[in-house]
Write a protein that binds this ligand. Structure first.
Ligand code: ADP
Length: 580
């Protein structure tokens, strides 16, 4: 295309200087840093994230960079060819801004690419501009008197895609906002503000400049560039805030880079003539750099910590899952194994009983003695298997309870008859202290509660060498004591002292035995937990009794805990059950 262009027009710088009121530096100052910052932001985002959104943002900021650069050339060049060239491209750029903004909004909100049809439509509306740009429909000639490119009627077409895309953008934003939940709304609002402000500023300042007749109106377009960069930064920040942690970093970096570059620009374009301003700007640059580095570092640390935390919690969740699976498998295994063990053990018990009773004929004293030992060992095995079965039942939630109103005294009397023999064998007293009036009935599974209390009394006998065991029962409301929360530090002692139980029945089994050292207290009711001292007593056991007991009592809605003044000072085990 030939416009008979004259190159190197001396008149152009003069005209520009006139238009700009002599302040030509403002053009460089506004354009160059803005273009650089936009380009940097685009590269930052694309270097850190390869998502479609990041790519669109890159295109967007690159377009802005091109537009700014071309606009600067159109302003300050005195070469008419260069002016015509850049001038002719500005129309495509500005239309593309709107279309790309629309694309950006779709991908940002929907988190996926737009449909092929939409792409065709968007391409279709900018295509005429792209095709007509290099023709005379775009620019009709160059006015070398006033040093500007003459627009053709076609230029009005650039408003078509801008208007279509603007209406479309507003529609998408409103539509998606109505449909979104509160979290997504939080994303949509700043996005809408950022994009709309960008496009409004771009359109508004451009429109003013196109119809300008004074320096003031031209300079509005130029100052508008700063606002545009800020909105661009805002969009970059959004990608960041709602996408990945790492890009949050980049927002901080971009912000600081933008700040320092802008300040530097000021230094070159304004400050040089005036020493006071030079010093002021230098100090500002220094402070911004220091502050910026600090900001970047602190963001980096925070981001890192957050990422670490997130990774750790994911790993923890996985490990937890695995553990749970293992635990289930283990409970399953114990349950199967125990069932298989129980059958032969019961058979052994039965046959030995028959043997001892003489069903298979008389047996001599030595054999009877051996037989008795087999019987006792077999009983221990049966207890162990029963404990293991109970553990697996409690842990898998398969323990079945037959709750009924129960008189605790009945259990205690029954146990006394069974256990008084054990106590006497160790020369220990076994004392029962019950209130004269009958206690209120509790809600309990008789057999399971008997097992729990039996284990507690057996323990007391087992872990006592001298003195004896007392079983007491009482009912009423009781103050809640510290011992009931051995591991709970969230409740202050004062608070605990004020708490009271509901009406309930307590069974207290106290002994004068080895006691429980304070450091063992928190682990007492744990699985397989046995005290350090118990070996000294040669007491057999598995460390499962209290664990099972706690499970059963808690399933009753009751509480169980231990109290002891320390090693050698006896122990108290308290079971508290709600009333029926
Ligand atoms: P086991 O008696 O089979 O070891 P338990 O679960 O019944 O298992 O008890 C766990 C631990 O609690 C015991 O090993 C012992 O250290 C401690 N313990 C239980 N009862 C008493 C008690 N009356 N006096 C002192 N220590 C006790």
């Amino acid at each position: 295309m030939e416009y008979n262009l004259v190159t190197n027009l001396k008149i152009c710088p003069e005209i520009v200087s006139q238009i700009m009121n002599g302040n030509v530096n403002l053009l460089y100052y506004a354009h160059i840093p803005s273009a650089i910052v936009a380009l940097l932001m685009g590269f930052f985002v694309i270097s850190k994230s390869k998502t479609l959104l990041a790519k669109i943002f890159f295109v967007f900021s690159f377009l802005f960079f091109l537009w700014t650069a071309l606009n600067l050339v159109a302003w300050i060049s005195s070469n008419s060819k260069a002016i015509m060239f850049s001038w002719s491209l500005l129309g495509i750029m500005s239309s593309l801004f709107y279309v790309v903004s629309l694309y950006f909004i779709y991908v940002f909100i929907d988190k996926k690419d737009i449909s092929f049809i939409k792409k065709i439509i968007l391409g279709g509306i900018v295509l005429p501009i792209i095709i007509l740009t290099p023709t005379r429909f775009n620019l009709s000639g160059f006015d070398s008197l006033y040093c500007y490119a003459k627009d053709n009627l076609f230029l009005n077409y650039i408003y078509v895609p801008q208007i279509i895309a603007s209406i479309w953008i507003i529609f998408v934003i409103i539509h998606r906002y109505i449909k979104a939940d509160s979290y997504n709304r939080k994303q949509i609002i700043p996005l809408a503000i950022g994009i709309v402000l960008f496009l409004l500023t771009f359109f508004g300042t451009g429109y003013i400049a196109d119809n300008a007749d004074s320096y003031l109106m031209y300079s509005i377009e130029i100052y508008g560039l700063f606002a545009l960069v800020i909105f661009l930064g805002f969009l970059a920040y959004l990608i960041v805030k709602f996408k990945a942690f790492e890009i949050r970093m980049l927002a901080a970096e971009a912000l600081v880079a933008a700040l320092v570059i802008l300040l530097f620009a000021e230094f070159f374009f304004i400050g040089v003539e005036n020493p006071t301003v030079t010093i002021l700007i230098s100090v500002t640059i220094l402070l911004s750099t220091v502050f910026g580095i600090w900001l970047i570092n602190s963001v980096r640390n925070e981001v890192k910590r957050k990422e670490e935390l997130q990774e750790m919690s994911t790993r923890l969740a996985m490990a937890n899952d695995k553990l749970r699976q293992l635990d289930n498998a283990k409970s399953e295994f114990i349950s199967i194994a125990s069932h298989q063990l129980r059958t032969p053990l019961t058979a052994i018990k039965g046959f030995i009983s028959l043997l001892l009773e003489g069903t298979y004929g008389e047996i001599n004293v030595k054999a009877r003695d051996a037989m008795n030992k087999v019987y006792v060992s077999n009983e221990r095995l049966i207890d162990l298997v029963e404990d293991l079965l109970n553990v697996s039942r409690i842990e898998s939630g398969r323990m079945e309870y037959a709750f009924a109103p129960t008189q605790v005294e009945d259990i205690i009397h029954e146990l006394k008859d069974n256990l008084v023999f054990n106590a006497r064998k160790k020369k220990l007293s076994l004392e029962i202290k019950l209130p004269e009036k009958l206690l209120p009935k509790v809600k309990a599974d008789y057999a399971k509660m008997r097992e729990v209390l039996s284990n507690l009394i057996e323990n007391s006998i087992k872990y006592t060498d001298r003195g004896g065991v007392t079983v007491r029962a009482e009912s009423g409301q009781f103050p809640i004591t510290n011992n009931q929360f051995p591991n709970n530090n969230q409740i202050s002692n004062d608070q605990k002292n004020k708490l009271q139980t509901d009406d309930c029945v307590r069974v207290i089994i106290s002994d004068t035995g080895i006691g429980i050292p304070a450091e063992e207290m928190p682990y007492l009711f744990g699985k397989f937990s046995r005290g350090k001292d118990v070996k000294r007593l040669h007491a057999t056991g598995t460390g499962l009794g209290l664990y099972v007991g706690k499970g059963i009592v808690e399933a009753h809605g009751g509480r169980i805990w231990a109290e002891s003044e320390g090693a050698g000072k006896g122990s108290r085990f308290i079971v508290e059950l709600p009333l029926a």
